[in-house]
Ligand binder design. Structure first.
Ligand code: NAD
Ligand code: WQD
Length: 352
């Protein structure tokens, strides 16, 4: 068996941790660099527990050239999956410098060190956010690109930087993955997403409202009494926003297929990772209630600035060229998020 050593930046984060599990279960060796900005060290032990494999970990900032040089000098890295970034859209509007600094510098440094060590395969975490104000659905990879917030702009700028690096270095191979809306959790209940503070995204908010509702009335927290549904007058079936939710384990598998592509071709290419199906906010709330037999109260409130009515992927390119097809449906995503929620509460006593 050939052991390929993959560096995973941001490997203790939500998507990174699930991807490390898939890599380890498929014979790759994994080195993680994560500065624990948005993750905790116990995730490392959880990855090792699920897979029964050892992972090398560096608590380093990808923005430090010296630190990344150390990682490459101590390991023969053959490919990199670059997850490390800040990802909160609202915060990026308030603190654009913080976002440009972290999300651009990390990639620039990483590529500089990769070139020094002749490591030429990179998978980059981009986002459906680069499609900006969507004009036609489903969204194909060659749709017009634009952004509506600094976080999105960092993703688009990263894509352009990587395209230029590939032009200048013909032996470089980059696969850019544009994720739609990842939700769900690992079936062990050991890995999942539980953001610090009040969640911006829908699924973590639903989880907290469901957990709050299971508490005694006097112990309930006002913030999580109900989900605030941002608008019900969109041009969608039930008037609420429609998104392409994808199970995080499917997303993780997509990185393994992208890795094969990285080893078999040169230059840069771009792929949507989604299911191709759109579900509304109310679909997600209703499904969470149904499959988990819980209550998720909600109220319709004003639209959120910058939101679009609907967004879902054209999945044909990823299927034809990577062989990617999502295996899990919306019921699985809701069931596994709840499993993580239950397990988290069992371990920590509470989820917020
Ligand atoms: P996450 O915050 O859970 O994981 C990112 C990890 O990177 C964290 O563990 C954080 O500590 C680490 N990190 C950040 N900056 C770092 C730095 N400079 N040096 C070292 N470590 C650093 O986020 P996620 O949801 O797992 O997202 C992973 C990637 O996918 C990000 O690039 C994100 O922008 C992108 N993405 C996420 C979503 C989503 O909805 N979750 C959608 C599209 C794209
Ligand atoms: C989904 C739907 C909301 C919260 C964001 C980023 C995007 C990407 C994924 C990183 C929308 C509605 C939400 C709530 C609600 N991240 N909603 N009440 O906005 O599609 O995408 O995460 O790249 O860049 O913008 O995801 O989960 O925030 O919202 O009604 O409390 O749920 O209006 O229709 P979004 P989301």
């Amino acid at each position: 068996m050939i052991y390929i050593k993959v560096l995973v930046t941001g490997g203790l984060g939500y998507i990174g941790s699930h991807t490390c599990v898939e890599l380890l279960n498929n014979g790759y060796e994994v080195v993680i660099v994560d500065n624990l900005y948005n993750s905790t060290i116990d995730v490392l032990q959880r990855i090792e527990k699920i897979t029964g494999k050892k992972v090398d970990f560096y608590d380093f900032d990808v923005c430090s050239y010296e630190a990344m040089d150390t990682v490459f000098s101590e390991n023969k890295i053959e490919a990199v999956i670059h997850f490390a970034a800040y990802k909160a859209v609202g915060e990026s509007v308030k603190e654009p410098i913080k976002y440009y600094q972290n999300n651009l510098l990390a990639t620039l440094n990483l590529c500089k060190v990769m070139l020094k060590y002749n490591c030429q395969r990179l998978i980059f975490s981009s986002s459906a956010t680069v499609y900006g104000k969507v004009r036609s659905l489903p969204i194909k990879e060659d749709a017009p690109l634009s952004t509506t917030n600094p976080y999105g702009t960092t993703k688009l700028m990263n894509e352009e930087i990587l395209a230029d690096i590939c032009k200048a270095n013909p032996n470089f191979s980059v696969v850019v993955l544009r994720y739609f809306n990842p939700i769900g959790a690992h079936k062990s209940g050991l890995l999942g997403e539980n953001p610090k503070g009040i969640p911006n995204n829908l699924m973590p908010y639903i989880m907290r409202v469901a957990a709050n509702n299971e508490r005694e009335e006097k112990e309930q927290v006002a913030e999580y009494k109900y989900v605030k549904v941002f608008g019900d007058s969109y041009d969608t079936l039930d008037g609420t926003g429609v998104r392409d939710y994808i199970h995080v384990v499917d997303l993780a598998r997509g990185h393994l297929l992208a890795m094969e592509k990285c080893f078999n071709s040169l230059g840069i290419d771009f792929y949507n990772l989604g299911t191709g199906k759109g579900y509304s906010v109310l679909d997600l709330i209703n499904t969470y209630e149904k499959v988990n037999n819980v209550k998720v109260p909600y109220k319709i409130v004003a639209k959120r600035d910058g939101d679009i009515a609907a967004c879902y992927a054209d999945t044909n390119k990823a299927f034809k060229e990577l062989g990617f097809k999502a295996l899990y449906g919306i019921d699985d995503m809701c069931r596994d998020s709840y499993l993580y929620q239950k397990n988290y509460i069992k371990e920590h006593g509470e989820i917020f």
